[in-house]
Design a protein around this ligand. Sequence first.
Ligand SMILES: Cc1cc2nc3c(=O)[nH]c(=O)nc-3n(C[C@H](O)[C@H](O)[C@H](O)COP(=O)(O)OP(=O)(O)OC[C@H]3O[C@@H](n4cnc5c(N)ncnc54)[C@H](O)[C@@H]3O)c2cc1C
Length: 328
Amino acid sequence: MTCAHALSRAGIHVQVFEKSRGIGGRMNTRRAEGWQCDLGALYFTASTRQFQDQIDLWIADGTVVPWHPRLAVYHGRRAYPHRGKDVMRYVGAPKMNAMLSCVDGSFPLHRNTRVESLERRGDNWHLRITDGPMFPESFDAVVCAIPAQQAIPLVKPWSAELSRTASSVDMLPCWAAAAHFEREVRTDFDAAFINAGPLRWVARDDSKPNRPALETWLIHASPRWSKDHLESTAEEVSTWLMQSLEDLLGHRPSSCHAHRWRYADTAVPLHVGAKWDNDTKIGLCGDWLSAGKVEGAWRSGTLLAEQMIQSCVSTLPASHLRMLSIMR
Ligand SMILES: Cc1cc2nc3c(=O)[nH]c(=O)nc-3n(C[C@H](O)[C@H](O)[C@H](O)COP(=O)(O)OP(=O)(O)OC[C@H]3O[C@@H](n4cnc5c(N)ncnc54)[C@H](O)[C@@H]3O)c2cc1C
């Protein structure tokens, strides 16, 4: 979305294809029956001035707020106060992907539309849509802003170099779950890192600002446990994670909804920023190319847009730039 927004601000006609109903990908918030829970990214931080400046703009427009959780670390069955480096943590408000609402609307967005493959006809790119016909319009360039493993089948027939880049990283799964309690769970922390066993992280979702005041806890299983249970059903995983949470907090959740992230995080992310192949006019961006996390995804999208605009500038007279259209 960052890349699409930057391109469209440069006068390039962009269309975005999203396989899900909602936007924001792994910055997902599940909403149902009066509760909500951030099932993907927990929060984000800024390590660079540029991303901090962007966060400050989001704070100014009210879509991002700081989150000050009381943090703990579990060693064995005991929780200790977290003594790690004090970093500023931010969340979207009222849901994690709230900041995307200001870019949504800047370009056509096709939801529930999964791009199955890319086809080249002359100088144009055509998109084959899963369970549907070929998309009727053609494009000058294509950006794959998706996890590495999902990008491989799209780029492999066209670029050995891009395919090699995507194949060079390993992405780890994560089973996440939202657990609901009838009554308040009293703890002296809002969120805890867990160093052993099936769980990696638990957090009281309603300790984040602007959330419904319902006792809802997020559970993230560890990469190891998630890998071992990757093909289990959501019902099975809900049962196991509910039990683990009860063991930890001493209270039984009344219900639980599990979600599998097949490609949650990059084992060892690349530090190349983004990839633009000027011969094929295919670009790759995403967290896995730029040190990981929300900040990496934002930086990667920004960098790719800059590279694409630069390549337009070097091949076209400046006056033509605003007329250039990704969509024919
Ligand atoms: C459980 C979990 C915990 C996390 N915790 C943190 C955290 O605490 N802090 C942090 O900074 N980051 C965290 N992250 C990582 C963060 O969410 C990601 O780094 C970031 O959101 C990646 O953004 P992206 O745009 O690169 O990719 P994505 O968010 O994966 O976006 C890719 C989009 O492309 C869509 N898509 C994929 N294939 C196709 C296709 N063929 N056709 C059409 N659409 C397609 C997907 O549906 C998705 O919407 C976490 C992630 C998970 C899953």
